[in-house]
Design a protein around this ligand. Structure first.
Ligand SMILES: [Zn+2]
Length: 157
């Protein structure tokens, strides 16, 4: 039900947020439907997948810290090896632990080598979503240390 009165009282900023939420709801419904259509699903928790995968990101191969919470780019997320949109199933054999950012970045910009993915994540940690081109954001010591940990991660070790 669309409430015209309520809508007319919203500020432009609130309307923008409301439209964004509506788009997200539609996307989530579509994705949930695709998941059902793709076949049987396993039940799992993020913690289980983290333990199984040794808290290491399947995309950039550096450590995932379970203390980070969404929407932090370094927070843990479940990556589908074959994407849901490509017919992948929501099953244990098709999922792996990944940083939230690595996961969405690989989805949006395509696969990259682990070293490239680490560099992308480190850039994100240091400079935020606007990238290294933005000069007014000075990374704090925590971000510098975290980015160093990410880029120095060794393959598979
Ligand atoms: Zn990662």
């Amino acid at each position: 039900m669309f409430d015209q009165d309520r809508w007319s009282r919203l500020t432009e900023e609130e309307r923008k947020a409301e439209r964004h939420r509506a788009i997200k709801r539609r996307q989530n419904r579509r994705r949930a439907r695709r998941m059902r259509e793709n076949g049987p699903r396993d039940s799992y928790t993020l913690m289980q997948i983290g333990e199984r995968d040794g808290w290491r990101c399947v995309i950039c191969h550096s450590t995932v810290n379970r203390e980070f919470k969404a929407p932090d780019p370094c927070s843990p997320s479940v990556h589908h090896l074959v994407e849901i949109v490509a017919g992948g199933t929501d099953t244990l054999d098709n999922i792996a632990l990944a940083h939230r950012f690595c996961n969405s970045d690989s989805y949006a910009w395509g696969p990259k080598t682990p070293a490239e993915a680490r560099q992308r994540l480190a850039d994100r940690v240091l400079h935020g979503k606007h990238g290294p081109g933005r000069r007014d954001r000075v990374p704090d010591a925590g971000a510098v240390a975290l980015a160093g940990d990410i880029t120095s991660a060794s393959e598979g070790g």
